[in-house]
Design a protein around this ligand. Structure first.
Ligand code: MN
Ligand code: MN
Length: 467
């Protein structure tokens, strides 16, 4: 009887798909590596809250690891470590491989922009002796989540004379912070009966920035004048300089270990820096790859990838063309033979909101990096849908290298959906599949991921680019 039971158990193990919690599969060494990697990641998260800051930090890390800026026409040979900075908002890096470039590159593509509140071009106004900034939100947010939380301000202001001022205020403990106010529950009867998309409307996302009137000014707008006076003293700017500024309000808090067991990380902008940082570190730690390893950290994914720093732009294509030519080939030959991991997050199953997921096909916290064959919505619209052959190649590679991985799609069919940059890279005739970290509370000011899943993303990207 016992023998029969064992045989059945064995048969089930052989024939059924069974994804275990990753903590049941790792040893102590790997557990330590998970914690160390999480510490490095949290530092990156807290230093690089915007696409511009992520590029600055990435370039600093790249240069201190022997990467140099590449210009078209420079000679290249195996082992060379190069990068190109696209307008301070996106960066492409490469480690040149030993194989002929005609065999294609191994590409990892992640994005470094996250949902936030952008200041409008004429943001400053005074209303009833309070000074405020008008904003236009960036990316898909639940607007009500962005009220009554501390905000910091990041970005650049290009002054009338062409000088650029960098702004980063609200991150240091001694800095002031800002916030969008919300209505007290006592007076919110009408507000609470509105549809959730209108509880806070787009034009309600006004950031409170001051309340003191300028001395000696009895005329109107004395508070606004006082704020402008402070900004002139600090940055040398006048009101018209906002027209040529990019100022982004993001949550002012830092990332934190989450849970009694410290297994999770809570913080702003995991989407998609929890894939961008592992992809960057995989490149940095990549020594003498066979195929040329390319990593792109791109901007504008959250608004649809348009614009010259998003992946619908030709900048990635041009970079590949330039290195192809330097190595005696051409862009189309290289791209057609290339493979890409579109390194972006997926939704993690949340027991509180179980009904939006189809439990046989969704990603779970701690079950490893998630492979997503296709994205899209309503009949896979907008997806590139990786081929069975390429999905097969990637799962073989992951299993061979003991990467803990799972598969999942974004929610139930027709529940909603979403896309990544995968389609834009696949459109260049590159074999592309999505792979990334499952996230709880995605696009909220405070998102949550698992340290184990984060580390498995790093391991997956590392083995892919050096294979
Ligand atoms: Mn994303
Ligand atoms: Mn996103």
């Amino acid at each position: 009887m016992k023998e029969k039971k064992d045989a059945v158990k064995e048969l089930k193990e052989k024939l059924f798909l069974n994804r275990k919690n990753g903590y049941r599969l790792i040893n102590e060494d790997e557990e330590n590596m998970i914690s160390v990697f999480a510490e490095d990641y949290r530092r990156f998260l807290d230093t690089a809250k915007t696409e511009r800051e992520a590029v600055c930090e990435a370039v600093r890390i790249l240069e201190s690891n022997g990467f140099t800026e590449y210009r078209k026409g420079m000679e290249l040979k195996a082992g060379d470590r190069i990068y190109r900075n696209n307008r301070g908002k996106a960066v492409v890096t490469a480690v040149i491989g030993t194989a002929p470039i005609d065999e294609g590159v191994r590409l990892c593509a992640a994005h470094i922009d996250s949902p936030r509140l952008d200041l409008k071009q004429n943001p400053l106004y005074e209303d009833n002796e309070l000074a405020l900034f008008k904003t236009h939100y960036y990316g898909g947010i639940k607007k009500y989540q962005w009220t009554a939380i501390p905000l910091s301000l990041h970005g650049v202001i290009v002054k009338a004379d062409g000088d650029t001022v960098t702004v980063n205020i609200g991150e240091d403990d001694n800095d002031p912070i800002f916030c969008v106010t919300d209505l007290l529950p006592h007076l919110a009867t009408e507000q609470m009966n509105r549809n959730a998309t209108k509880i806070i409307r787009g034009e309600d996302l006004n950031i409170l920035i001051g309340s003191v009137p300028f001395k000696d000014d009895e005329s109107g707008e004395a508070v606004k004048l006082n704020i402008m006076h402070i900004l002139f003293e600090k940055y040398g700017i006048t009101e018209s300089d906002f027209i040529s500024a990019e100022l982004e309000a993001v949550p002012a808090f830092r990332s934190r270990d989450l849970g009694f067991d410290r297994s999770l990380i809570g913080g702003y902008g995991h989407d998609d820096r929890c894939c961008a940082f592992p992809a960057l570190m995989a490149t940095v730690n990549c020594q003498n790859p066979v195929h040329t390893a390319v990593t792109v950290l791109t901007d504008k994914e959250e608004t649809g990838s348009d614009g010259n720093t998003g992946l619908c732009s030709a900048y990635l294509n041009y970079f590949i063309e330039d290195i192809a030519e330097a190595l005696g080939s051409d862009g189309r030959t290289v791209l057609s033979a290339s493979e890409c991991l579109s390194a972006d997050v997926n939704a993690a199953f949340d027991p509180t909101f179980a009904e939006v997921n189809e439990r046989y096909n969704c990603a779970y916290v701690n079950k490893g990096v998630c492979i997503t064959k296709y994205t899209g919505a309503r009949g896979k619209a907008g997806t590139s849908d990786a081929s069975a052959e390429f999905a097969g190649r990637i799962r073989r590679l992951m299993d061979r290298e003991n990467v803990i991985w799972q598969t999942g799609e974004l929610g139930k069919v027709d529940e909603g959906g979403g896309g990544t940059v995968a389609a834009y890279i696949a459109n260049l005739n590159v074999d592309t599949i999505d792979m990334g970290v499952p996230v709880l509370s995605m696009h909220a000011p405070f998102e949550v991921i698992s340290k184990l899943d984060l580390y498995m993303a790093y391991k997956a990207f590392s083995v892919f680019i050096s294979d």
